[in-house]
Write a protein that binds this ligand. Sequence first.
Ligand SMILES: NC(=O)c1ccc[n+]([C@@H]2O[C@H](COP(=O)([O-])OP(=O)(O)OC[C@H]3O[C@@H](n4cnc5c(N)ncnc54)[C@H](OP(=O)(O)O)[C@@H]3O)[C@@H](O)[C@H]2O)c1
Length: 340
Amino acid sequence: MPTQQVIVVESPKAPFVLATREIPSPEKGEVLIKTMAVALNPANWIQREYNILVDKYPVVLGNDVAGTVEALGEGVEGLKKGDRVFGRAVKGGFGQYTAVPVAGFLVPIPENASFDEVATIPMAFTSACIGLFAAAPIGLGLNTTFSCNIPPQDGSALVIGAATSVGQFAIQLLKSLGFSRIVTYASGVHSEYLRQLGATECIDRGEVPLESLAAALRAPVKVIYHTIDLAALNTAYDCVTEGGSIVTCQPTAPFDQDGERKKLLFVRVAPNPATIEQFKKSQELMVKNVSEMLKRGIITGNRYEVLPGGVSGILGGLEKLQKGDVRGVKLVAHPHDTSA
Ligand SMILES: NC(=O)c1ccc[n+]([C@@H]2O[C@H](COP(=O)([O-])OP(=O)(O)OC[C@H]3O[C@@H](n4cnc5c(N)ncnc54)[C@H](OP(=O)(O)O)[C@@H]3O)[C@@H](O)[C@H]2O)c1
């Protein structure tokens, strides 16, 4: 059997290590992707560190891949060897090849986009898009058809932790909805970039502490997307108008405020057994529309930095992520790069 290089976790909480594994054959309904770019997410080191959402070991983690179709599993139609695709690698993306179900997140790459750009999209974009577009209780219901052609809706929003990968997509999606006021809360170094994405006002979190955020905002906003800093979710309450809405992509951030008093819609965009079916249906609609969003320039991928060293470069990238040394960019590895 032909082999490939992968990054593996051998047992619960064991370190990430470089290993050689067989290249899998795609099963029914899957395509085998030759991975040209794989992006790193905080969830990858969190899964290893806390042994969560792993069914069995050894395990290859990694979710966000872009590459070319290498082989088709039984029953797959509409794709051929060599097609450029990106998507969510449910069987582990930290390697040179991975099999992805076509019924999941698997999308042709538009001509105007590169492997690196689209590899930054699947996980973080899903959290931003479902959180804003899908109906409650998983989203704020701002575009439940996920269509690119809905009439613009005026609105005001604050993105807390706007320099995160999720935050960068939330800004672009709020702009796509027609929001005329999009305020970001992030380190000042990112302001220019966040304005390019659609921010209309940038509050520097280095200058304005959380306690002063509501005052710095001057007028409260209708919508808040909270991405990071658990304490900031409670601050969001002071920044939102009565009858407004708050979404967080943090499954466990405490929200101790009286939402009913302010008639708020508050949602967490984290699927659980009660919402998993709705999440899957929303994801289907999102996946149908994401190529069009890219083609039309409604969204672009995150800013990214390419890790040197092929598959082994993922190891250093995961370490940097865990240390909190990655700011305002997505780390992307090139698994077939053998130059280092
Ligand atoms: N990626 C996903 O698909 C996903 C999905 C669901 C949930 N999440 C969770 O959502 C959070 C963001 O994930 P991500 O992948 O988007 O993160 P990321 O891109 O790795 O975020 C990096 C950014 O986090 C910002 N940051 C760190 N501490 C902060 C704080 N106290 N206040 C404001 N900003 C802070 C930094 O901003 P500055 O440069 O401004 O300091 C840095 O630029 C993580 O907790 C992750 O576990 C992620």
